[in-house]
Ligand binder design. Structure first.
Ligand SMILES: *Cc1c(COP(=O)(O)O)cnc(C)c1O
Length: 436
């Protein structure tokens, strides 16, 4: 199937084109041109289906014109050597742990599939790619791990200096080889703007094979739909609602896609921190992006969510249609900490600050809908050990650090500092990658 730009339905691309373009040439985001009914395929998944099984079945339907079923299987198997884990918290709330991949965050699923798909399309050609990505913390580490030492691909990561946690910074800046970290003297919104501006700079794009790995890239977005299907395959016959801690709204958009393909779900809960542009939109009907606020759930500190345009397009721009499917809540800084503390006390469970935003929102939904009989699956977006400083503050103690994270903390940081101007980014790119 083809994909069209949110700004012009006539501007269409294949999956391969969308993968390497990232953003559409008119600055829009690609969305699927068709809504296939995959409900038969989806109802065939069981508690034995792995992510590779689910991924290969779905990818072979979506990308049938561009790859064989065997190639779709190979891409999915290479992408998913790790699985989510569904954990019951109480009789109405479960947690879908998405942090068992290399960087300990849900972004591993999208980044790893993207790397696997790009590798597939580049293999045997003499093309190469430069991946430009802005991160508020977790995107960069997932992308860095996913692309580390991939042939014919360089990765340039922009992150806001002093605004990511020490462990996130180590994950971005210690790999080396084809992974380049730019420490920007500005906010995440600056980083995101610089990347967007570089992409619409036609001269730069003519010189360099730039592509994106942000959640605007379809190659990251589409595979994020797969773990919703994984969760629904583990809870057959249940009424389900998914609660999604959100920043750029890629994760929620991917869930809505799975629902449109026929996943049995009742709806979604969009959970944000104090950056509450989308909850306010659902309430008032006015969409008013703002500068981002720093919160303890820093991977969700986004004042102008890059996927909103795509999410809105999936509902045909119809606010009422979106309201029927998505409820939204926002959680303030104190509530993030008290929820972490409460879950640690009540359930002997460490949760990361982002997951805490989700859990409190799920509880609020249940409080406001006392006749709701179904289950809420809250996405646990990162391992709590990535946020030990916040855990210590909230719970007075810290979770055990997984081996794969501990190793990174001992490595040496290496980054290049630049100002928050797109011209500084362009000169870095030209001096490092032109005429190689
Ligand atoms: C990126 C991220 C989010 C937000 O996801 P979006 O797709 O941007 O909405 C939430 N939690 C964590 C830990 C993240 O890294």
């Amino acid at each position: 199937m083809n994909f069209y730009s949110t700004r012009n339905t006539k501007l269409q691309a294949s999956f391969e084109q969308a993968l390497f373009q990232g953003l559409a040439p008119d600055g829009g985001l690609y969305v699927p041109s068709l809504t296939p009914d995959l409900s038969k395929v989806i109802s065939g998944f069981s508690s034995k289906s792995t992510m590779a099984d689910i991924g290969s079945e779905i990818a072979s339907r979506l990308f049938a014109e561009e790859m064989s079923a065997a190639d779709a299987r190979a891409i999915a198997e290479r992408a998913f050597p790790f699985e989510p884990k569904l954990v019951e918290v109480n009789n109405q709330i479960s947690i879908l742990e998405l942090f068992h991949g290399p960087s300990c965050a849900f972004k591993d699923f999208g980044a790893s599939f993207l790397a696997s798909a790009m590798e597939y399309f580049l293999q045997g050609s003499d093309k190469n790619a430069i991946i430009l990505t802005a991160t508020s913390g977790d995107t960069g580490s997932a992308v860095a791990q996913a692309f580390y030492k991939k042939k014919n691909i360089d990765v340039v990561i922009l992150y806001p200096s002093g605004r990511v946690s020490p462990s996130q910074e180590k994950q971005l800046t210690t790999l080396g080889e084809n992974i380049h970290a730019l420490e920007v003297q500005g906010s995440f919104d600056d980083c995101q703007r610089m990347v967007k501006e570089a992409f619409v700079d036609e001269r730069l794009r003519a010189e360099l094979p730039l592509t994106s790995a942000n959640s605007i890239n379809l190659g990251r977005l589409l595979p994020q739909s797969l773990y919703y299907l994984y969760a629904s395959s583990r809870l057959p016959g249940e009424t389900l609602r998914f609660c999604v801690p959100s920043g750029n709204f890629g994760n929620l958009t991917a869930g809505v896609l799975a629902w449109k393909w026929g996943m049995p779900a009742d709806g979604f809960i969009a959970a944000t921190n104090a950056n509450k542009v989308v909850p306010e939109y659902l309430k008032s009907g006015v969409y008013a992006p703002k500068p981002s606020l720093a919160t303890p759930a820093n991977a969700m500190d986004v004042g102008s969510p890059s996927n909103f345009e795509r999410l809105s397009e999936l509902f045909g721009g119809d606010l009422e249609a979106m309201r029927r499917v998505i409820s939204a809540y926002w959680v303030n800084d104190d509530e993030i900490l008290t929820t972490m503390k409460r879950f640690h006390g009540e359930y002997d469970m460490f949760v990361c600050p982002h997951t805490a935003v989700g859990l409190l929102s799920a509880e609020r939904y249940l409080n406001e809908h006392s006749n709701y009989q179904g289950k809420i699956v809250t996405l646990a977006t990162a391992h709590p050990a990535k946020f030990t400083e916040v855990s210590k503050q909230a719970c007075g103690s810290v979770p055990e650090i997984p081996q794969r994270l501990a190793e990174i903390l001992n490595r040496q940081k290496s980054s290049t500092r630049i100002g928050p101007q797109t011209s500084e980014l362009s000169s870095f790119l030209r001096s490092n990658f032109s005429n190689e």
